[in-house]
Design a binder for this molecule. Structure first.
Ligand SMILES: CC(C)(COP(=O)(O)OP(=O)(O)OC[C@H]1O[C@@H](n2cnc3c(N)ncnc32)[C@H](O)[C@@H]1OP(=O)(O)O)[C@@H](O)C(=O)NCCC(=O)NCCS
Length: 230
């Protein structure tokens, strides 16, 4: 597939989708999916998960088509043996996450990326933190005033997931062995991004990182919505 000039090196483009807003596009977006994707959609037990998959995957295809300069339905999205979607023989890299009513797509060029979004609740399970977070993360969590801990729990969770997803889940069993508290692990940065006040979201990518830009659809056209932030 063609490479493209729409995204610069060391830049991340983020697009976020409030899913209920796009319910009306369900049929149109489903038409863009491959046979495998349509089969995957029918296998979801809950209707809301099925809809979430179709809308997100449909928009992922529209987003990728912009960078690849081709038709959305023509893109061949493959998955690694650990389930991470990718496009073969392309400089475009991407990752997707969904939680509650939101989906996030992160796109970059020439290096892998991980993204995660988590709907934050007012409470969290301390035992899960003990089981999944590192010692440093647990110490940090418990050093906070009680009313701030749930928020921090979901932020750490999203950052850890983004880091795991960057690696395509190959370090999935090692979540206690790394800490995201300093937002950096060797040459990899883990950065919180803003999607919605009630959701925690993060990306993870190797340095250097020059800019994070928010992109989205405006009148059906995919375009930059806000200037780059760092
Ligand atoms: C993919 C995984 C790594 C994250 O899943 P999740 O947080 O439940 O869900 P998300 O919405 O963030 O991510 C799912 C999307 O990531 C992508 N994905 C799937 N497998 C992936 C992998 N191995 N690596 C990176 N991305 C992956 C897909 O695009 C998928 O969405 P799609 O099927 O609609 O295309 C999941 O398989 C998992 O194992 N989660 C474990 C949760 C956990 O206990 N985490 C510990 C916290 S530190």
């Amino acid at each position: 597939m063609n490479t493209m000039t729409q995204i610069l090196e060391d830049t991340v483009h983020i697009s976020k989708f409030y899913l209920p807003e796009h319910d009306k596009l369900l049929i149109e977006l489903e038409k863009l999916l491959s046979i495998e994707e349509k089969t995957k959609a029918t296998n979801y037990k809950f209707e809301q998960h099925k809809k979430r998959f179709i809308i997100t995957r449909g928009f992922l295809r529209k987003v990728l088509a912009f960078y690849l300069q081709c038709n959305s339905a023509d893109i061949e999205i493959l998955t690694t043996n650990k389930g991470k979607p990718f496009i073969d023989n392309s400089t475009i890299e991407f990752n997707v996450s969904h939680s509650g009513d939101y989906s996030v797509i992160a796109v970059t060029k020439n290096k892998p990326i991980g993204v995660d979004i988590e709907k934050a609740k007012d409470t969290f399970n301390e035992n899960i933190a003990k089981r999944i977070f590192s010692k440093e993360e647990n110490q940090y969590l418990m050093s906070l005033p009680e009313e701030k801990r749930a928020n921090a729990f979901f932020t750490i969770w999203a950052k850890k997931e983004a880091y795991i997803k960057l690696h395509g889940k190959s370090i999935f069993n090692k979540s206690v062995e790394f800490s995201v508290i300093s937002n950096k692990i060797n040459n990899i940065i883990i950065k919180e991004i803003s999607v919605h006040p009630k959701y925690k979201s993060a990306i993870s990518i190797s340095l250097p990182l020059r800019a994070i830009e928010y992109w989205g659809f405006d009148d059906g056209l995919y375009k930059k919505l806000s200037a780059g932030e760092m």
